[in-house]
Design a protein. Structure first.
Length: 329
């Protein structure tokens, strides 16, 4: 058995190779079929227009060999990169903010300690690339600068694109456009979205909402890492990548779909909890196991399980939750 997965992550001691092999042999058939369809869609000309067909294709998963390209196109990162030639390198050559650089350096060794490609001994060592992307981004978006969590996202982008400049522009697409205000110093967007999830759970899985309220468990305790790290280190790599495929195309409501699906699917299990630590523990458990590893069926579920979830609903909830947070401020 291979101790290291295709992305460079070391598998944990208790990794279930047998069920993973069983899943992957089935998934490989799906991937092969998708790859043929994608090659036909792209016809070698590396451009696509947004359409229902493309949306359907993306929901069914982008083959790894096309992933970086499709993310770049559908997120608008490609256009931005083409319109700003040389911009990324100018950021790296310019004056640096010492405090920002220090903060990023501190987090370098904490980023994916279980990934062999980010080790100092690796050749090439991706820490250097990661450092560049984060420093450039911090100087590009001074309102955000650098905040913990961004290192994991940038690291994942580097593993997939294998390209420093593309990773920078994808990070910009996520932080600047797709995720509303998650990483600004006050993290208002992040706090708002955790409250929005709470409201959605009230609507769609009321028993769980009631349990949380009864035991005084704040949503931020159990889901903040889901939002900050976009499910990195929480769900299996293949599943995270499939979620990101949709996130780049459809935007931040995908995060709510995933969260609601996890909660709804494990409702009975969560409701067994009888106290505060128990609830927190259940939320850790529901992100493991066959349900989340089977990324293909999991992704089908996120579009059916939570039922309809319009951007209008989410934006309305965001408005009321944001106002509530600001008035508490």
């Amino acid at each position: 058995f291979c101790r290291v997965d295709p992305y460079g992550f070391e598998r944990p001691e208790d990794f279930d190779y047998a069920s993973y092999e069983a899943f992957f042999s089935r998934y490989l058939v799906v991937l092969t079929r998708r790859a043929i369809k994608w090659s036909k869609l792209l016809k070698g000309n590396n451009s696509i227009q947004k359409s229902l067909k493309v949306k359907r294709y993306i929901r069914k998963g982008i083959p790894n060999e096309h992933r970086a390209l499709i993310w770049m196109i559908v997120s608008g990162a490609q256009t931005n990169m083409e319109q700003n030639p040389g911009y990324y390198h100018r950021l790296l050559e310019g004056e640096k903010n010492d405090k920002l650089v220090e903060a990023i350096k501190t987090d370098m060794n904490r980023t994916f300690p279980d990934n062999v490609k980010f080790r100092k001994t690796a050749d090439p060592c991706l820490q250097h690339t990661l450092y560049n992307v984060l420093v450039a981004y911090g100087h590009h978006n001074k309102a955000v600068g650098y905040c913990q969590g961004m290192n994991f996202i940038a690291g994942y982008l580097i593993l997939i694109t294998k390209n420093e400049e593309e990773s920078f522009w994808l990070l910009d697409a996520l932080i600047g456009r797709i995720l509303p205000d998650y990483y600004s110093p006050a993290m208002l967007g992040l706090k708002t979205d955790q409250e929005v999830l709470g409201e959605l759970v009230k609507m769609k899985v009321p028993a769980v909402a009631e349990l949380m309220e009864r035991h005084g468990v704040m949503w931020t305790l159990v889901v903040s890492r889901w939002f900050i790290c976009l499910f990195i280190d929480i769900l299996p790599v293949e599943t995270v990548l499939r979620i990101w495929d949709c996130l780049f195309y459809e935007g931040s409501k995908i995060i709510f779909r995933v969260a609601l699906t996890l909660i709804k699917q494990h409702q009975a299990f969560i409701l067994e909890a009888t106290n505060f630590p128990d609830i927190c523990d259940k939320f850790k458990q529901i992100t493991k196991g066959a349900f989340v590893t089977e990324c293909h069926s999991f992704m089908q579920k996120i579009f059916t399980d939570p039922g309809s979830l319009s951007m209008t609903t989410i934006n309305k909830l965001r408005e009321t939750c944001r106002e509530k947070l600001l008035s508490q401020g």
